[in-house]
Design a protein around this ligand. Structure first.
Ligand code: PRP
Ligand code: URA
Length: 208
């Protein structure tokens, strides 16, 4: 699965363990998701091309490397992707943000789209934010919607994935690179990741 990159950094593994801990409170849970998003972004953009820009520094004018920040569009998948947004926006302040909302039907495990405020993406790099890839249905759906908006490239930042869902993304979207903090063992009969972190949206936003 060439396009699925599990990022093996000790800081990430440490944060994932904090998420797993059932005693972690919603405020901290959201903060850890944000920190993981930031670390994944650093890894995902490590080979990005830089432009040259002339600026004034203390010894006069000079050309220095800059990122074309307004090429990047973050797309958190509501709800659970929302806490991953703050951290990455701080890293690329001149990025844009679009929103997609999907909800799994917990009986059929099919994803339903209920909100799309993603702008046209011509010439842009779309960066999806969603903590969980379980059956992969939500990410598969999100990628299809985003592809319809014609981005130059799509990257996905995810926290925990099941092999089943990641295989689906690898098969259906080999052109999308997924950076993920942890690949777990399997799905249970209800489509939850084992060992996983439980229901991420509920834990992040203190709902049942
Ligand atoms: C969660 C999660 C993913 C999806 C993953 O969202 O944030 O979007 O499940 O499951 P899948 O890979 O089987 O599609 P959920 O549908 O629970 O909605 P929520 O974020 O609003 O809680
Ligand atoms: N959604 C979650 O929040 N957790 C899972 O384990 C699977 C889907």
């Amino acid at each position: 699965m060439d396009n699925i990159i599990e990022v093996n950094h000790p800081l990430l593994k440490n944060l994932v363990t904090k998420l797993r801990d059932i005693h972690t409170k919603p405020y901290d849970f959201r903060k850890y998701l944000s920190e993981i998003g930031r670390i994944l972004l650093v890894e995902a953009l490590k080979n990005e091309k830089l432009n040259k820009k002339e600026i004034e520094i203390w010894i006069g004018k000079g050309e220095f490397p800059v990122l074309e920040e307004n090429k990047y569009v973050f797309i958190p998948i509501l709800r659970a992707g929302l806490p991953m947004l703050d951290g990455v926006q701080e890293m690329i302040p001149d990025s844009s943000t679009g929103f997609l909302a999907l909800k799994r039907n917990e009986e059929t495990l099919e994803s339903v789209l209920y909100y799309d405020r993603v702008p046209p993406l011509d010439g842009k790099i779309a960066i999806i934010l969603d903590p969980m890839v379980a059956t992969g249905g939500s990410l598969d759906y999100a990628i299809r919607v985003i592809k319809g908006k014609n981005p130059e490239k799509i990257i996905s930042l995810n926290v925990i994935g099941a092999p089943e869902g990641l295989k689906r993304i690898n098969k259906n979207h080999p052109d999308v690179t997924v950076y993920i903090a942890q690949i777990d063992e399997r799905l249970n009969d209800n489509g939850y990741i084992i060992p996983g972190i439980g229901d991420t949206g509920d834990r992040a936003f203190n709902t049942e």
